[in-house]
Design a protein around this ligand. Structure first.
Ligand SMILES: Nc1ncnc2c1ncn2[C@@H]1O[C@H](COP(=O)(O)OP(=O)(O)OP(=O)(O)O)[C@@H](O)[C@H]1O
Ligand SMILES: [Mg+2]
Length: 310
């Protein structure tokens, strides 16, 4: 699987297709190959802990040789994020206005997009600050829509912060002229925004660099995952994020017998043809349906064997 060369790998796809399992198997394989690997779940409904039979939670936890995992809780991250903003602002806002500002921030916390923003902030921290410690960082993402919004954020936030910075600069220039004959004024808000903008651009560069970051989508040979994934891939293309690998998971095994299963296999073949036609550019990895759920390390071992092919 070519994507195993990348340092940062995002695993996406529709609900229930096998994202967490695939991400865990990729991480398992990477760690087995001797890479220091960090596996991260950004899905509020985590199940990495179940697969590794270990409680993981919000701290990076060692779960096996070369392998550590982290489950990010979007609600807790939002809480932390808003708290951070409040602290930042305390120094720059008049104390008489602080109550009002806090109230507005609490409203912001509950607004749509707040969790994504906080999650994205955390993601950036990991990409920028853990990259030296790990050879591979694998992200198990939440179902499709969520991931796309998350990954399109650097673009949107970049534009937004750019606008804020310009406005701020203009204000400062006016202020400067007014106050002290052209000596620039120190503006802590400008500084905070500038630091954030620089972090966004750095993260964006890494996400857009196809030699560092790879995107994998998991699908099943069924109509809806195919249709939805086709849309998602097109949308991500618009953000210059190119999905180059597909894992087609839960194929009926070759040894399936009996009239019922043979009929199912015919249907499946139809969808496999559709996959070949729809996803011409992507590398495709085929993984069979196992007779059991993937809940143990030895299952992951068997699952990840399929990554050697293709
Ligand atoms: N190839 C397979 N054979 C048998 N069971 C599988 C296979 N792949 C995944 N599973 C099982 O299917 C279920 C769903 O897989 P998983 O949790 O990885 O999906 P997901 O895409 O992460 O779901 P969600 O969208 O809820 O996060 C799990 O019980 C898992 O053990
Ligand atoms: Mg999952």
């Amino acid at each position: 699987m070519q994507v195993l060369d990348k340092k940062i790998i995002f695993v996406g796809g529709k609900g229930g297709v096998g994202k967490s399992t695939s991400a865990a198997a990729i991480a398992w394989k990477a760690a087995g190959d001797g890479n220091r690997t960090l596996l991260i779940s950004t899905d509020p409904a985590h199940n990495l802990g179940d697969i590794f039979d270990e409680s993981i939670g919000g701290k990076i936890t060692d779960i096996s040789d070369n392998l550590a995992a982290l489950e990010i809780d979007p609600a807790a991250e939002t809480e932390k994020y808003i708290k951070g903003v409040k602290e930042n602002i305390t120094n720059v806002v008049q104390s008489s206005r602080m109550e009002e500002v806090n109230r507005q921030l609490d409203t912001a916390k509950a607004s749509p997009g707040a969790e994504e923003a906080a999650l994205f902030d955390k993601l950036i921290s990991i990409i920028l600050e853990e990259s030296d410690r790990y050879d591979k960082i694998i992200f198990d993402t939440a179902p499709t829509g969520h991931t796309i919004r998350l990954l399109s954020l650097p673009e949107l936030m970049g534009v937004w912060i750019e606008g804020m910075l310009k406005k701020r600069q203009k204000t400062n220039e006016n202020y400067t002229q007014l106050l002290n004959d052209g000596d620039p004024v120190d503006d802590p808000i400008y500084e905070v925004l500038k630091v954030r903008k620089d972090r966004f651009s750095k993260a964006r560069e890494i996400l857009l660099d196809g030699s560092i970051t790879g995107f994998v989508f998991v699908i099943n040979p069924e109509r809806l995952p195919i249709v939805e994934t086709e849309k998602a891939i097109k949308l991500l293309d618009q953000y210059h994020l190119h999905v180059k690998t597909l894992i087609i998971n839960k194929l009926l095994p070759d040894e399936a017998e009996g009239e019922f299963l043979l009929k199912r296999k015919e249907h499946e073949q139809h969808y496999l043809d559709m996959i070949e036609e729809t996803f011409v550019k992507q590398e495709k990895i085929y993984v069979p349906l196992f007779p059991h759920d993937i809940t143990e390390k030895r299952h992951l071992e068997a699952f990840s064997k399929y990554y050697l092919e293709g």
